[in-house]
Design a protein around this ligand. Structure first.
Ligand code: IMP
Length: 189
């Protein structure tokens, strides 16, 4: 049985990732570690730093993921500060900041960092879209204000399965799952 440990206490992320890895026959074990998250201006640096710390503690292959919402008209804010922005201003705050803004382009990005004894590797998923005019749907985090390009609904109005068909996180997870399946089949890969 293929298995990987995800460092996260976020039930929503865990559910989304679990459903994708299941299709590859990869069993997901989630483990919530209190890791010190550095403040850096890119997700790659944050994810790798956290992965190294987690591996030091658990001494087994792990993945960790960091995601962010980048809004063009706000010069990429909240980006790596997405978690803080959600806790402080939330969806309402972003909608207010974007009031009367014509350019509503945004991007959701996920970086997955894998770490074992010998390998450090990252997998990236990005989805372009728009910030909606109002909060729509019940999804978690910024799901209710993000409309992926070529869609009419926010992530928040989609089921987990629908979101997983197209999301930034699912793109990164698929890349990881394909690579990891090959690694397990052929360890020198
Ligand atoms: P984290 O730092 O990767 O845990 O995520 C930062 C924040 O981004 C989370 O607290 C959520 O508010 C938000 N976020 C991350 N991924 C998603 C998503 O897929 N949908 C909605 N919000 C998300």
């Amino acid at each position: 049985m293929k298995r990987i440990t995800l460092i996260s206490g976020n039930e929503n992320k865990i559910r989304e990732i679990y459903l994708i890895l299941k299709k590859y026959g990869i069993e997901l074990e989630a483990f919530d570690l209190d890791i010190y998250e550095i403040q850096a201006d890119n997700l790659e640096e944050i994810a790798l730093y956290c992965a190294k710390q987690a591996f030091q503690i658990l001494k087994k292959p792990i993945i960790i993921e960091d995601s962010g919402l980048f809004i063009e008209a706000l010069n990429g804010f909240p980006g790596p500060y997405t978690s803080y922005a959600y806790k402080t201003i939330g969806n309402e705050g972003i909608i207010k900041l974007m009031k009367d803004q014509k350019n509503r382009s945004a991007m959701f990005k996920t970086v997955i960092a894998y770490k074992d004894q010998n390998i450090e590797k990252i997998f990236i998923g990005e989805v372009k879209g728009e910030i909606s005019e109002t909060i729509k749907g019940l999804g978690w985090g910024f799901d209710p204000i993000f409309i992926p390009r070529n869609h009419f609904k926010t992530y928040g109005e989609m089921s987990t399965e629908e979101k997983n068909e197209i999301s930034h996180r699912s793109m990164a997870v698929h890349k990881f799952a394909e690579w990891y399946s090959n690694l397990l089949r052929n360890p020198s890969f």
